[in-house]
Design a protein around this ligand. Structure first.
Ligand code: HXC
Length: 519
């Protein structure tokens, strides 16, 4: 073979590898409304930036006739590229090759890029579309999954790990995405479950479709497994690109600060009017978020899940922050199990990657009732408390209205190392709301008053006294628990300045192997 033939052979092999399972399988993939593994990488990365590894890897299985079925690359495309000029590592499972099933060599390719991403300190993005463990390889495949899981665990909190689910992801295979920071699922074409509909039917008698058991709708609204539900794969891939704008490359770096085109001293008079006169009336906290952040840009995670709390990324003066906000227009913004878990995970995600936290508080308390108590609201609420108390990133809190009881403490209060705690004049910081408080502390006297009118008058008078004393920010401010009461319309500027001041903040936790957060 002369030099030219050798080069031609390389080009031919590359062409062969690029075809994966072949034209027919690619057509099949498109017919299902799915992109191929390579098309996904093209959309995800900056044009021309992808460098592929291990294109010529093939499996080593000699059973069930698989020795005659070797496809270059073995069903997963791996390598690195850039997103907005920043390095990322990526793997993309190729369903056209043996259903994207995972073999020993397939897992080895993924582990290789994960190891390198850890050395370089760059995010890993995994695109999942696979029939799971390659059945012909048996235990080797299981070992391959465990090799990936172990790397997911060690990389957690060191480099951002993002999973896209664009096809099947079933059985133990779900646990790699579950160990990563963010999961994005595509509408209609993806599903995730530990046990599929057939086994579910056999074991429990329940008849359920794939979509209803583990589709994107279910996981983005009911289980909370998925952080994003994308209309299609392209949208899912663009969400990943957007997400990385708010994250550093690794835990030793700060998130990237960009130029801000939105005036930092922009006053918003409408904010002075946004809190309803009556404290039992609701409003949409997202209106406040969009008004105060740069250019009205807010990337919300878990948008359809536990809607009584809102979490997501935004920027103030070009600085990425994580926003956590109670949502008064859904369950009155109460904290329940799902909301506590959702917010706790987000707070830890931000803290792990040095993203400052801005918390907007309007919380009437924890949701009462046996279903919450039996479900363990005690430990789940403690997760959020723990997450805030453990976080060492800059923490700016603005109490908009209610901040009652245990929920007041949980929502980034001063004593949980809140750095700057502001309140709006509409804030009510107390053990509980006026009605509940008066019922308890004046209960006996109220019962003794026989005349209806007299009783109502007495209750009103006591409630007013309570409101004067506690349902305002000044009692907390008197103790220094609130650093300043601010005019709502100045919120953007005050938050920007707080964050700027805190940029050089240093705080640590005592040395330990790891904490024992109430899981
Ligand atoms: C080997 C597989 C495979 C697998 C699919 N294929 N899954 N090969 N191992 N796990 C092959 C098929 O034989 C077929 O090969 C090609 O991929 C496409 O599969 P189809 O069935 O034709 O595609 P489709 O109709 O779209 O169905 C997709 C599917 C189905 C729903 C994923 O293939 C399926 O149910 N596969 C098995 C899923 C499974 O039970 N996996 C094990 C889960 S347990 P040809 O040559 O015909 O094109 C697990 C444990 C992980 O993963 C443990 C980690 C700890």
């Amino acid at each position: 073979m002369n030099r030219q033939d050798k080069i031609k052979k390389l080009i031919d092999l590359r062409e062969e590898a690029k075809l994966g399972g072949g034209k027919k399988k690619i057509e099949g993939q498109h017919a299902k409304g799915k992109l191929t593994a390579r098309e996904r990488i093209e959309i995800l990365l900056d044009e021309g930036s992808f460098e592929e590894y291990d294109m010529f890897v093939t499996h080593r299985c000699r059973d069930f006739g698989l020795e005659k079925k070797k496809i270059l690359g073995d069903g997963v495309i791996t390598g690195h590229g850039t997103i907005d000029g920043r390095v990322v590592y990526v793997y993309s499972q190729d369903f056209t090759v043996l259903g994207g099933s995972l073999s020993e060599t397939f897992a080895g390719k993924i582990c290789k890029i994960m190891d390198q991403a850890m050395k370089v300190g760059a995010p890993v993005i995994g695109i999942n579309d696979s029939g799971g463990a390659r059945i012909q390889e048996g235990v080797q495949s299981l070992a391959g999954y465990a090799d990936i899981f172990q790397r997911n665990i060690l990389a957690s909190g060191v480099i951002p790990q993002i999973s896209a689910i664009f096809g099947p992801c079933a059985g133990g295979a779900v646990y790699s995405p579950a160990l990563t920071d963010v999961i994005i699922m595509s509408e209609k074409t993806s599903y995730m479950f530990v046990t599929g509909p057939k086994v579910t039917k056999k074991v429990t008698g329940e008849t359920i479709s794939t979509e209803d058991l583990g589709g994107a709708d279910i996981h983005s609204s009911k289980s909370g497994v998925a952080h994003f539900r994308a209309d299609d794969e392209e949208e899912g891939l663009l969400i990943i690109r957007k997400l990385l704008e708010y994250l550093p490359q690794n835990n030793l770096e700060d998130p990237p600060v960009t130029e801000c085109t939105d005036p930092i001293d922009r006053r918003e008079d409408a904010l002075n009017e946004i809190i309803p006169e009556l404290s039992n009336q609701s409003y949409d906290v997202k209106d406040i978020i969009y008004t105060i952040v740069d250019n009205q840009e807010f990337l919300e995670l878990h948008r359809h899940y536990a809607k009584n709390i809102v979490v997501g990324f935004a920027k103030f003066n070009g600085m990425p922050v994580g926003i956590v906000a109670n949502q008064p227009n859904y369950l009155a913004g109460v904290l329940d199990i799902a909301a506590s878990i959702k917010a706790a995970r987000f707070v830890r995600f931000c803290d792990a990657f040095n993203v400052p936290l801005v918390t907007l508080v309007d919380v009437p308390g924890f949701l009462p009732g046996s279903s919450q108590e039996y479900g363990g609201i005690i430990v789940h609420g403690a997760k959020l408390l723990f997450a805030y108390g453990e976080a060492t990133v800059p923490k700016v809190t603005v109490t908009l209205r209610k901040s009652y009881g245990g929920a007041h403490d949980v929502m980034s209060c001063k004593q949980l190392r809140g750095d700057i705690n502001y309140a709006w004049p509409s804030a009510e910081i107390a053990v509980m709301g006026p009605q509940g408080a008066v019922e308890i502390i004046e209960g006996k006297k109220i019962a003794e008053i026989e005349d209806d009118e007299e009783r109502q008058k007495f209750i009103k008078q006591k409630e007013d006294e309570y409101v004067d004393k506690f349902a305002n920010p000044y009692e907390a401010a008197r103790y220094g628990f609130i650093d300043d009461v601010i005019e709502p319309r100045n919120s953007r500027f005050r938050i920007v300045r707080a964050l700027q001041t805190l940029m050089t903040k240093k705080d640590t936790n005592p040395p330990k192997k790891h904490s024992n957060i109430p899981l």
